[in-house]
Design a protein around this ligand. Sequence first.
Ligand SMILES: Cc1cc2nc3c(=O)[nH]c(=O)nc-3n(C[C@H](O)[C@H](O)[C@H](O)COP(=O)(O)O)c2cc1C
Length: 325
Amino acid sequence: MLKVGNIKLKNPFVLAPMEGVNCLAFRLLCKEFGASLVFSPMIHVNWLVKEKTLPELIEFSEDEKPLAIQLIGNEPKTIKEAVEIIERDVPFVDIIDLNFGCPEGDVLGLKMGAYMMKHPDKIPKIVSAAVASTKLPITAKIRSGWDENSINCIEVGKMIEDAGASAIALHARTRTQVYSGKADWGLIRKLKETLNIPVIGNGDITNAKLAESMLTRTKCDMAMIGRGAMGYPFIFKECAEYYNNGKFNGNLYRPTTKERYDCIYKFIDYYHNKQKRQKFSELKQHIMWSCKWLNGAKELRVDIMKTHDEEDMMKLVEGYFVGRM
Ligand SMILES: Cc1cc2nc3c(=O)[nH]c(=O)nc-3n(C[C@H](O)[C@H](O)[C@H](O)COP(=O)(O)O)c2cc1C
């Protein structure tokens, strides 16, 4: 039985936290397509503590459970306070995840995210503060290290486990790599061999075969998928159908053009009807991602990019699909 703390997961495929991507509508869709756990985008602890509540447009729903909410911060005291705010405002949350891997300049400037991999002394204090402030499982997401000369994910992973975390996700790239090069799955395997808590492998899974490869080669407990799901929540169906009764021996599912068309409309439906946050630019971005995975849709995406309202955008989408289904 796959578990993070006391939270049971129906399969080992989880949606990675992604700021600017994982709106409620997208998380619901990934869940529906088979993701066993969805992560929120990172939420800044300092913001939460200052405002004493969640921003109105960061929305959650019981329908997306099991749900992990990710926090980013660097002080045990504010992390504790933020965990309490999340538990109060999102009483159905299942897991709180701590971000020690974000490579963005503004985050590093605040001495948060991947900065903590360079200065890991505070990490166990932050994790223990979070663990002590709630009964929910606390997890952490880390990178391989700061740069190729300071790979320390194994040591940091051990510190996080000793501090009481229930699982660790490793995006097996350094901060200096950001998203370049290949994720080093060998480090995921080493982390799994070192720790007793579940290890969630992350980096470069874009189809079910790669998910299989990650799980079998690294022996990690779960595979976390980020960019491979952008515009393609079907990846979770692909993985879940292939992973049959705990083994990779099911069907290798591929969506039809009609299913892709229907999925675009479903996303739009969820975007308008399941969440308050409404921004045409965000909606357009998701539709462009959905089109990225279609054959010969390069021009369509260029045209969609130029649109300013939903009606014009959807005329282009309709035009593309006519005669193709
Ligand atoms: C647009 C975007 C936003 C991201 N936002 C977050 C975030 O909020 N928190 C986090 O821990 N990682 C974030 N990540 C990193 C992903 O969770 C993941 O570690 C990374 O994309 C590698 O996995 P992949 O190869 O499956 O995409 C983000 C990645 C992308 C592409």
